[in-house]
Design a protein around this ligand. Structure first.
Ligand SMILES: *[C@@H]1O[C@H](CO)[C@@H](O)[C@H](O)[C@H]1NC(C)=O
Ligand SMILES: *[C@@H]1O[C@H](CO)[C@@H](O)[C@H](O)[C@H]1NC(C)=O
Ligand SMILES: *[C@@H]1O[C@H](CO)[C@@H](O)[C@H](O)[C@H]1NC(C)=O
Length: 975
């Protein structure tokens, strides 16, 4: 009834006046800090008729009308005609919340496909200085099953209910709207209920004349970011953060990746701001008030989460056209001609496009690609069709001024972002539980293309140490999820993404070794050629078909996707009573926590070999245990997971571990670099999980002084760093440091700074850092001297060792050294986001408590340290022995204030807690953790602390059991 009145009032007026009547909207009244502010003015002035309309409505006799306009989101009472339908047991809820019977179609997790959108027309009115925006939307839908409901996903967006209409485009007739309502228990949905059932085969248009939304401080949805300008005020930007389900925070939509449609976007914005979306701009018309209306070309068919938006001020672009007229633009807040960094980014993007095009033999079809730096972006890169948003510190790398490590990271980010065009945009995961498919395929593609970029770097080992080993680490925790978990629909954080790429990548490698390269390539081509969206079983089926159904891939691989975590396999050599020698191969789920034993099991292709064999043999371990006869010569090692190909860890009996470490000592090159890295990583992590005695793992490091490769060194230094963190209060701490430092120094002697081979540069940089960190006097002296020359004579420091040099300079210095670097961080001549990140990191290495405490204090005031930089300060602090305790004390004592300052950026609160709480080792700290938890009622934050408790408890028990082993081992070993 309510909409009827306003419909009549409006229908007689010219269409330009069809604006939402202004109303008291609680959303509009809170600004970023939760302060009350005036309702921002709409870009159009309010027409007199609207005032009349409001007065009419308010004075109207219908109390319900007032209720309806003032509180447009009313709770829904089911109409009596609707009989509850039986629940749908085939789609169980995944959460622990009590089961809600699924009576109504909008309660289903996925929007029913009775109606499918094929075209959206979306207008947004945005201004970087405002925290609210408005928009209008038309959705054209095709009807596949009769229904009386048009169901849309919506979150924190408000629709003026009285301005919604539906037209049958087949007949041109208006389809009367019976009711509109919003439901919000587990997910919020907006439902347009029509008077007559929509008919199969017809097409309909839902027209939502006005909706309003908020620009927040972080994703999901549209959020603000800030570029630090060289001079003058900072430049603001609004960007979208839409994965996994952020699109519904921007506009009402059927937010399901499988429902692809075209988008015609119009963005109205102040004329001095730049708007970008997924397609090129078509035309711009001037509006009153200095605004413009910018119309963009129709996009190709996209999932809602791939339609990106950006609006910003004061950035310039560097562009280049391909031979086919496609343009790539890199935006920067600095003058792109002043530094080669923007051109490097442009070249890297163009190279990635052409490399992948050649690798796949498939074209890149986007007319334009914008690459946009986003300061403080939570994910390293956020990919939209035609719009790549990259964290600013990962975008701008200068060949002369960035360390080789940063260059590798930057190239990796851009190559992966570009690879998503093929796996992500052209072929989209059909649902969030299938996201791993496109993540894994695009990661694989990114490494292949990175190999073209760095031809002298062999990618398999790099992939292992950069993507796979970190995935093992995160996936070993107790709250890890399976790759196909439905929970990805709700969240997807950084470490989860690491698991998805690294584990997914390894699963693909396992598949590839089963079906062979040619079938694998054929399957990939089929997917690219014939799928718009893909789910897990389609991936398996395509792979099986590529082998002519010789292998049932789903049967052998699916438990890698549906089980959380991963197994460890033990190879145990035994002698039976009759003298026969056998190898028992046993699988068990791996976890760092003893309590989480489960009955999961995997089909594992265990590739193993003995010293005598040149080729690996493969055993399918589909039971919990199998045994084979051991025909290796007595006293020779057996190695599992040959080629490091498999997402499992391998354990052995003590005798075999000894043979392996002896082999490393006599001739380590018998094992390839990936195997060396895997052996070390497996051993230390098995020891961390109390599945192996720590001396056995330590034995594997004895050969390290001979190690010449970056990859095993990186794996070893990571493992040892963790071990030292746990041992930081123990008596063995200093002797273990000395032991590592000796190994590092011997290896480092073989190299010099400025090696010309990339691997050696990577290695040198790693070793130099370790030498300083673990207290080698010579390395530290060198670093301090370089720091002095840099400070007094502006002498350049080689970028590969800059971090270590600055850290030593700060650590050995006092107030004035610290202030010097702090000024550098603030200096207007520092353009590079990477430099600013570097300065902030090294400032945490001071050894003076009062300096560190002041530094920490600045994270609260919102003046000295920018909001997006705060997590980095805590992270760097938690990375040093001196800083770790101080940072925890600070957070413990100031939690309320921190929480207040970061009230609208929960991700920063999470990051702070995670950084300072994850490396504790004492009962006292455990008590404090529990105390802090009492103060916190946000579930995500509590979970971080619970995880920290679990971790701390593990450390305490581990130390009790192993501290003595370490000191005994150090006593017996030459240090
Ligand atoms: C949607 O409705 C508005 C207001 O009723 C009207 O001005 C506009 O033309 C409609 N859009 C389409 C595409 O029908
Ligand atoms: C980028 O590529 C162009 C054309 O290939 C080349 O001339 C230019 O030197 C490259 N720039 C940088 C910084 O590598
Ligand atoms: C070490 O092993 C490698 C690979 O098996 C072999 O080529 C090399 O000659 C061996 N070196 C020594 C010193 O035995």
């Amino acid at each position: 009834m309510g909409d009827g009145i306003c419909e009549i009032a409006i229908d007689g007026l010219p269409s330009v006046a069809r604006q939402a009547p202004p109303r008291i909207d609680p959303v509009n009244q809170l600004d970023e800090d939760g302060q009350m502010v005036a309702i921002p003015e709409e870009p159009y002035s309010i027409k007199r008729w609207q005032v009349f309309c409001i007065i009419f409505v308010i004075l109207g006799a219908f109390g319900g009308v007032v209720y309806f306009i003032v509180l447009p989101i009313k709770s829904y009472k089911p109409p009596s005609v609707l009989k509850p339908k039986p629940g749908d047991p085939s789609r169980p809820f995944t959460d622990a919340t009590p089961e809600i019977p699924k009576e109504y179609p909008w309660e289903q997790q996925r929007i029913p496909n009775d109606l499918q959108p094929y075209e959206y027309r979306l207008t947004l009115r945005l201004d970087v200085t405002k925290h609210v925006y408005s928009g209008s939307l038309v959705i054209n839908l095709r009807c596949y099953h009769p229904t009386e409901y048009i169901i849309l996903d919506i979150q924190d967006v408000r629709i003026s209910d009285n301005l919604v209409s539906v037209i049958d485009l087949s007949t041109g007739k208006i389809q009367p709207v019976a009711d509109t309502f919003q439901v919000s228990d587990r997910r919020t949905r907006y439902i347009i209920s029509v008077a007559d059932k929509l008919r199969v085969g017809s097409i309909y248009r839902a027209n939502i004349t006005t909706f309003t939304g908020r620009v927040t401080a972080e994703p999901p949805g549209l959020y603000t970011a800030m570029h630090r300008a060289r001079r003058g005020r900072d430049r603001r930007m609004i960007v979208s953060g839409l994965k996994p389900t952020g699109a519904r925070h921007v506009f009402p939509c059927m937010d399901d990746p499988a429902m692809k449609a075209t988008f015609d976007v119009i963005i109205e914005h102040p004329s001095d701001q730049t708007a970008l979306t997924s397609s090129p701009s078509e035309s711009t018309t001037t509006l009153p008030n200095g605004w413009v209306r910018e119309t963009f070309y129709r996009t190709s068919k996209l999932s809602t989460h791939l339609l990106g938006f950006a609006l910003f001020e004061g950035m310039t672009e560097l562009e280049r056209f391909s031979s086919r007229g496609q343009v790539v633009r890199v935006w920067s807040a600095f003058d792109p001609t002043s530094s080669p960094a923007a051109e490097v980014a442009l070249n890297t993007t163009l190279d990635a496009i052409s490399n992948i095009k050649d690798l796949l033999g498939l074209d890149y079809l986007l007319q334009k690609t914008d690459v946009l730096p986003v300061p403080g972006q939570i994910v390293p890169y956020d990919v939209y069709s035609g719009l790549l948003m990259v964290r600013d510190t990962l975008l701008f790398c200068d060949v002369d001024d960035s360390s080789i490590r940063d260059q590798l990271q930057c190239a990796m980010a851009l190559n992966h972002a570009v690879a998503h065009y093929w796996f992500g945009i052209s072929v989209t995961a059909a649902w969030w539980s299938d996201l791993w498919v496109t993540e894994a395929l695009s990661t694989e593609l990114a490494y292949e293309s990175l190999a073209c970029h760095f031809p002298e770097l062999s990618m398999d080992p790099i992939q292992l140490v950069e993507s796979v080993l970190p995935a093992f680490l995160y996936d070993g925790h107790s709250e890890t999820r399976s790759l196909n978990s439905e929970a990805w629909t709700e969240t997807l954080d950084g470490s989860e993404k690491i698991v998805m790429s690294g584990k997914g990548l390894t699963i693909l490698k396992m598949v590839r070794s089963i079906v062979y390269d040619s079938s694998y390539m054929r399957a990939k081509k089929t997917i690219l050629a014939s799928y718009g969206t893909i789910n897990t079983s389609q991936l398996w089926d395509t792979l099986s078909q590529a082998t002519d159904s010789f292998v049932n891939v789903s049967l052998v691989m699916n438990n890698w996707v549906s089980n959380a975590g991963y197994p460890y396999v033990t190879l145990r050599q035994t002698v039976e009573d009759n003298g026969a020698r056998r190898i028992y191969i046993i699988q068990e789920p791996f976890s760092y926590f003893l309590t989480s034993r489960s009955t999961l099991h995997w089909n594992i292709p265990v590739a193993y070999k003995t010293k005598e064999q040149s080729d690996a043999r493969v055993l399918w371990l589909n039971d919990s245990v199998k045994n084979i006869s051991d025909d290796s010569p007595m006293g020779e090692w057996v190695l599992g997971k040959v080629d490091s190909n498999g997402f499992y860890r391998v354990n052995y009996g003590p005798g075999n571990w000894k043979l392996l470490s002896d082999q490393l000592l006599t001739n380590h090159t018998v094992f390839d670099v990936s195997t060396r890295a895997s052996l070390i990583d497996d051993a230390f992590n098995l020891a961390r999980a109390s599945r192996l005695l720590i001396p056995t793992a330590l034995d594997l490091t004895r050969y390290l002084d001979k190690e010449d490769d970056y990859v095993p060194w990186k794996a070893a230094l990571r493992a040892l760093h963790y071990l030292l963190t746990v041992l930081s209060k123990s008596q063995s701490y200093n002797s273990l440091k000395a032991y590592i430092s000796n190994k590092v120094v011997v290896a480092m002697r073989r190299y010099k700074i400025q090696e010309d081979v990339i691997r050696r540069r990577l290695l040198y940089s790693e070793l130099f850092e370790a030498a300083c960190r673990y207290g080698d006097t010579n390395a530290r002296k060198t670093a301090i001297e370089l720091f002095r020359k840099w400070r007094t004579r502006r002498q350049r420091i080689d970028p590969d060792i800059r971090k270590s040099v600055l850290q030593e300079g700060i650590a050995s210095g006092g107030q004035s050294e610290w202030n010097f670097v702090w000024r550098k961080y603030n200096s207007s001549s520092t353009t590079s986001p990477q430099d600013r990140q570097l300065f902030l990191t090294v400032l945490a290495s001071s050894q003076q408590d009062y300096i560190l405490y002041r530094y920490l204090g600045w994270t609260k005031d919102g003046f000295n340290i920018r909001r997006e930089d705060v997590p980095l300060v805590f992270r760097s602090m938690a990375d040093t022995v001196a800083g770790r305790e101080l940072a925890w004390k600070f957070v413990f004592g100031n939690w309320r204030e921190l929480q207040q300052r970061f009230a609208d950026t929960p991700s920063i609160q999470e990051e702070i807690l995670r950084s300072v709480s994850s490396q504790m080792t004492s009962g006292y700290e455990l008590k404090q953790l529990r105390q802090l938890k009492e103060l916190i009622d946000i579930p995500r934050l509590r979970r971080i602390l619970e995880r920290a408790e679990e971790q701390t408890d593990l450390h305490i028990r581990w130390l009790a059991g192993n501290e003595k082993y370490v000191s005994d081992w150090l006593g017996e070993t030459d240090v």
